[in-house]
Design a protein around this ligand. Structure first.
Ligand code: NAD
Length: 700
């Protein structure tokens, strides 16, 4: 068996090194070995203090997530009890934290009497991101150490803090410069403690008493900011317990709430998301042996909304970018916008003046394609027009060096038709960034018919390097995300013609947890953008005169959304107001189209929008456009604001019940007459899954 603990003696000190590569996940075997080692050290009279460290590894990244939902999680020694035992050891027990102490790893450090950390270490309790709460004493010990407000903040954020911040908060007692011998410093610290008069464990003062309305205010804030989310509310309840109950009772309360969180559908959904992110990087035909092309220089064509944001991603990662435009004014505007964005970061204290200049120095503007000759990756972000993009790619084919990867940021166009105008279609790929491109995490990587495996592998790797979550899609109209958006938004628009208001539709969707409703989103993206896409395919849409009719009407009036102060809503500054005139326009259009208006229930809005979204996701899977249902979910969570705690549209479908979704689509299809017969067709995969009695989505 692999040796999980390295136990050494150094005179009066016991050194316990965790050696469970790669990150000292606290699985059952490691817990067992750790318990034995601590018992040995505690019972040995020659040992006066103990140093706990990650032997040449990070201290610990926490619980073994693979154990979740299995009996191993609770098999003795379970982490909560192990940490209670450790906290009882009446000798200084010092956590020497290098790398990370996250989740259960930080809870382990909290059960120690002191903490010393390498200055580049990161400490955090990210459980809330998995729909959980720290369940091994963290919710009780952290507030006792750093105070109620700071502890609550750290657990609700789920974001790690760096060791310096941790020291300032009182979470870490001492810092060690990176590169110094952490274990040696921890031993020195232990000997200092032994030489001093202090007791083995520092006495904890009484917990600071938050004001009487502190918890009520926090609860109101959570309800407003994270409506419907269970884990943050449970975190708050545990911290309240910490402030009101003695430790042992607080720990018992934490246990009960932890189990409640663990068994919740929200935690299942967030775990699904977590594993989907790992899976998304596994692509058939690509593995660790697939060669990668070096990417040292990047070029971006078009310095508009997307081009500028895309360029910033690479510059932020230290990769030089050449930005090409057709006109000098457009180039100047694009570069000025990038500087402005960085200046905002500077004002917010996220960037130093030197960093700003460093980033701008990595950016070169040009009007001349000859300057792209040495680029390893070129990303085109010009107007969404096939002929223009093809012209750009013909030129790229002339000027770029052999082996350069040629990418398009198109949202809807056929990447294969773009690749076809080059003599190197194997080097062409779609890289669909989302707006704002320097912020949004999702990157749809569009694998064309001819895209070479090493091109795909390289783009996946570079996506990670710039902090994106790449999800691979095959070529189709709109790829995964925008193709699903179409039937979802179509139903939303149609529902307004049938008698709902835009605000009612949006309320139902945000009530489900979506970051934005359909109409607020269209107003933000620009109603004219969708109009242009529809114009290009008008002949295919002639059979349904109601199709996005309201959007077309608003566009014709110049009501393009937020940017024009009016769209589906009216805008006063940043405030979004309902617009009675839009509802009147919808009434008039409905009359023209012979649509009988009626009162629409929230349930119908939910069902028709969501079922159509789910249906299209299943169809994409069936067509092989998306590789797996988790990929579809990731696209909607990270690109369209679908709540992660519902696991994405397809996971949500499983929770609703596939048979219920199918029955719902059929019911609305029958009820909606010609419109229903035209659009509400169940995906064959959904029918097959239900016929086979499946409750989980798979290709069958
Ligand atoms: P934009 O109009 O803001 O920018 C386009 C820029 O390209 C302009 O600055 C223009 O001067 C420049 N340009 C046009 N033709 C050019 C040429 N031949 N050579 C060099 N530069 C040229 O548009 P955008 O919103 O940044 O969209 C760009 C691309 O990104 C489109 O394909 C769009 O579909 C896609 N996209 C946009 C979004 C979004 O939300 N805006 C999201 C994802 C993808």
């Amino acid at each position: 068996m692999q040796q999980l603990i390295d136990y050494r003696r150094d005179q009066e000190l016991a050194l316990i090194g965790l050696c469970h590569a790669p990150v000292n996940a606290l699985g059952h075997e490691l817990r067992q070995a750790l318990a034995s080692a601590c018992e040995l050290a505690a019972s040995d009279p020659a040992v006066r203090a103990i140093v706990l460290h990650g032997r040449q590894l990070p201290f610990s990244a926490g619980a073994d997530i693979g154990e979740f939902g299995t009996p191993l999680t609770w098999q003795a020694p379970a982490l909560p009890q192990l940490l209670v035992d450790l906290a009882r050891i009446d000798k200084p027990l010092i956590a020497a934290i290098g790398g990370v102490a996250l989740g259960g790893g930080l809870e382990l450090a909290l059960a120690c009497s002191q903490r010393i950390a390498s200055a580049d270490a990161r400490l955090g309790l990210p459980e809330v991101r998995l729909g959980l709460l720290p369940g091994a004493g963290g919710t009780q010990r952290l507030p006792r150490l750093i105070g109620v407000a700071a502890a609550l903040q750290m657990m609700l954020d789920g974001q790690p803090v760096d060791a310096r911040q941790a020291r300032d908060m009182g979470l870490v007692d001492r810092l060690v410069e990176p590169g110094a011998d952490l274990v040696a410093e921890a031993c020195r610290f232990a000997r200092e403690l032994l030489a001093g008069p202090a007791p083995a464990r520092p006495k904890q003062g009484p917990l600071d008493e938050p004001s009487s309305d502190f918890f009520a205010a926090q609860e109101a804030q959570l309800t407003a900011r994270k409506p419907g989310q269970l884990a943050p509310q449970l975190v708050l309840a545990t911290v309240r317990a910490a402030s009101e109950l003695p430790l042992a009772q607080g720990l018992a309360r934490e246990q009960a709430l932890f189990r409640q969180a663990l068994e919740s559908p929200q935690a299942t959904a967030l775990r699904h998301q977590f594993f989907a992110e790992r899976e998304a990087l596994k692509i058939p035909g690509i593995d660790a042996t697939t060669p990668l092309r070096p990417i040292r220089k990047v070029a971006v064509i078009g310095a508009g909304t997307m081009g500028g944001g895309i360029a910033m991603n690479f510059v932020n990662a230290g990769i030089p970018v050449t930005l090409l435009e057709v006109k000098p004014e457009a180039l100047d505007r694009g570069l000025a916008q990038i500087r402005k964005n960085y200046e905002i970061s500077l004002k917010r204290g996220k960037l130093s003046p030197a960093q700003l200049e460093q980033r701008m120095a990595l950016l070169a503007g040009t009007l001349d394609y000859a300057d792209l000759a040495d680029a390893d990756l070129v990303i085109e972000a010009v107007f969404e027009n096939l002929a223009i993009k093809q012209t750009v790619f013909r030129t790229l084919d002339e000027v770029c060096k052999p082996g350069a990867i040629l990418a398009s940021n198109t949202s809807t166009l056929d990447v294969d038709q773009i690749a076809a105008v080059t003599r190197r279609p194997q080097d062409v790929v779609g890289l669909h960034f989302f707006s704002p491109a320097n912020v949004m995490r999702l990157l749809e990587v569009v694998r064309g018919e001819a895209t070479a495996p090493d091109v795909l592998a390289t783009t996946l790797q570079i996506a990670r390097r710039i902090g994106k979550l790449p999800v691979v899609s095959r070529v189709c109209f709109g790829f995964i995300g925008n193709r699903m958006l179409e039937p979802y938004a179509r139903e939303a628009h149609r529902l307004v013609l049938e008698g709902a208001s835009p605000a009612q539709v949006d309320r139902v969707l945000t009530g489900l947890g979506l970051a934005m409703g359909v109409f607020a989103m269209y107003d933000l993206a620009g109603i004219d953008i969708g109009y242009l896409v529809r114009e290009a395919m008008r002949d295919q849409l002639a059979h349904d005169p109601s199709y996005f009719r309201l959007a077309d009407e608003l566009c014709a009036r110049g009501w393009h959304g937020q940017k024009s102060g009016r769209g589906f809503y009216r805008y006063e500054g940043r405030e979004r107001l309902e617009d009675a005139e839009v509802v009147e326009i919808a009434e008039r259009l409905a009359a023209e189209l012979g649509i009988q208006q009626r009162s629409i229930s929230d349930q119908e809005i939910h069902d028709r929008c969501l079922f159509m979204l789910i249906n299209e996701g299943l169809q994409l899977l069936d067509e092989g456009i998306a590789l797996r249902s988790g990929d579809v979910d990731l696209v909607w969570i990270n690109g369209y604001g679908f709540p992660a705690w519902r696991g994405g549209p397809l996971h949500y479908a499983e929770q609703l019940g596939l048979a219920e979704v199918l029955a719902g689509i059929e019911q609305y299809r029958d009820r909606l007459g010609a419109y229903g017969a035209l659009w509400l067709q169940p995906a064959p995969l959904l029918q097959r899954l239900v016929a086979a009695g499946k409750t989980r989505i798979e290709i069958c």
